[in-house]
Design a protein around this ligand. Structure first.
Ligand code: AMP
Length: 123
């Protein structure tokens, strides 16, 4: 899947759309989700053009990888959820229900989040 430069996170990264920024460095931008599903709900996006976790894991250079996951941990600490715990999710592709085609992870926390997934019927 080719990277679509009109996606909403690309527009935020270019400064064309506002965001509630919580962290930024050379490789990473993080901001509040516009529709929070937990007391803490932050999106962490790499500044490079990666469609998904599949794309990022296959093509990102090691320094982008390291910077991204170091930032995720640092943001969780900054948000005050590292002690109580949190959840990181990367929705990926159609079955993963990925809506925005720029790789990102969600950091959820600030309250007990329950079990990981509801059990679904086998196909
Ligand atoms: P997904 O691609 O399924 O992992 O989810 C994309 C997430 O982006 C959703 O939780 C949306 O609420 C969030 N979102 C969409 N547009 C914006 C925006 N302009 N600013 C912040 N979050 C957004």
């Amino acid at each position: 899947m080719a990277y679509d430069r009109s996606n909403v996170f690309a527009r935020i990264l270019r400064g064309e759309l506002p965001c509630k920024r919580v962290f930024e460095d050379e490789h990473v931008l993080a901001f509040q989700d516009i529709n929070p599903l937990a007391p803490t709900h932050v999106l962490v996006v790499p500044k490079g053009e990666y469609v998904s976790l599949d794309d990022f894991s296959a093509t990102a250079p090691p320094e982008a990888f390291a910077a991204f996951f170091r930032a995720v941990g640092e943001i969780a600490r900054q948000q005050g959820v590292a002690g109580s715990g949190y959840r990181v999710i990367a929705n990926t592709g159609a079955d993963g229900h990925q809506e925005v085609p720029h790789f990102h992870v969600h950091i959820f926390g600030g309250a007990p989040l329950g079990r990981m997934l509801k059990k679904i019927e086998a196909r």
